[in-house]
Write a protein that binds this ligand. Structure first.
Ligand SMILES: [Zn+2]
Ligand SMILES: [Zn+2]
Length: 339
């Protein structure tokens, strides 16, 4: 028997209507409440945690490094025992598999942390490499840094090495890729000698990106969006839907966040959910041109009865809003030619 299909669009409207009926303020993208504005200005929260016997001073130093250079909040949270990484230890190599380690840490991460940086004194590796100083997931915004090869008789040298790694892996958690430039902390440094030669700060280009990302990451709803993406990547769309509904219920969203929720569901193959989200978005924000285009694309891809005509209508609406959008105009002409 086929599973009854719950419409995410219907659920979103149910939540939205319930908020209105309860007399609560219905969030409006054009008239954000004072609280939303205040929230939007709160820098993203980075949590630093030790795994195993890393001194608390290292975790505090990591936070200080981030606070000195990035628009973030940073908190050192309680250390976790090394056992959380047990199943990531490669007994033959005597090292922690950093990729497996990141997955374990992701499952156990701080609920309120937009970004989490974990410090371990265990040596870590990535398949194909003898060791790595650290590893980060750009999408999950979590990083693991090993202090095992950083030790030095000179505490300043140790502090400098750790700062560079925190900035480098922290940059990844902001979504930055490598930038192999002498003057950039986002360059790759495969040896201690190379790390000692590296700068502690990002280049101007990467600094600009980090500043812009910090603003984006401070948006209400970003944490739920990131978590939903992680759940979708791990094939758990039910939990991702719950997060989306909770976000709408709390009014912690804006049109761009809703749009990105839709994109995330679409990318993970949850096309009906994506269509529901985009429909909700353009009904709430009829002038959201990107929403109309994304809805058109999703409808066209689904191709059920009536979807083709609806897709054309949404592309037309997007072009009314943004007549200069030539790729959409070309796509629409192609659709019309193909009937
Ligand atoms: Zn890197
Ligand atoms: Zn750079």
């Amino acid at each position: 028997m086929p599973r009854p299909r719950l419409s995410i669009h219907g659920l979103l409207w149910t939540v939205f209507t319930a908020i209105a009926l309860c007399g609560l303020s219905v969030p409006s993208p054009s008239r954000a409440s004072d609280e939303e504005v205040r929230d939007a200005r709160r820098p993203p929260l980075v949590v630093v945690r030790a795994v195993g016997s890393v001194p608390g001073s290292d975790a505090r130093m990591a936070c200080r490094s981030l606070l000195a250079q990035l628009q973030v909040r940073c908190e050192v949270r309680e250390a976790r025992p090394l056992e959380v990484l047990a199943s990531a230890i490669d007994q033959e190599r005597g090292q922690v598999d950093a990729r497996k380690g990141l997955e374990l840490l992701f499952r156990d991460r701080a609920a309120d942390a937009l970004i989490e940086i974990d410090l371990t004194d265990q040596d870590i590796f990535e398949p194909g490499k003898p060791f790595v100083f650290g590893l980060a997931s750009l999408s999950d915004r979590i990083a693991i840094i090993s202090t095992s090869r950083l030790r030095s008789a000179d505490p300043d040298v140790y502090a400098s090495r750790l700062t560079k790694l925190v900035m480098h892996e922290g940059g990844h958690t902001f979504g930055l890729h490598h930038h192999d430039h002498d003057d950039c902390v986002m360059r790759r440094d495969p040896s201690v000698a190379s790390l000692d030669d590296a700068p502690t700060t990002p280049c101007d280009r990467c600094r600009g990106k980090l500043t812009r990302r910090a603003k984006t990451l401070a948006r209400p709803g970003q944490l739920a969006l990131d978590r939903a993406r992680g759940l979708l990547a791990r094939r758990d769309p039910d939990s991702a839907r719950q997060l989306l509904l909770g976000t709408v219920w709390a009014g912690e969203y804006s049109p761009p966040i809703l749009h990105e929720f839709g994109i995330a569901f679409a990318k993970s193959g949850q096309r009906d959910d994506a269509i529901g989200i985009f429909q909700f978005l353009v009904e709430e924000s009829p002038d959201h041109a990107r929403g109309h285009v994304s809805l058109g694309m999703a409808l066209q891809a689904r191709g059920e009865d009536g979807d083709h005509a609806k897709a054309i209508a949404h592309f037309e609406r997007a072009l009314e809003l943004r007549p200069e959008w030539t790729t959409v105009a070309a796509h629409l002409n192609q659709m019309r030619r193909n009937g």
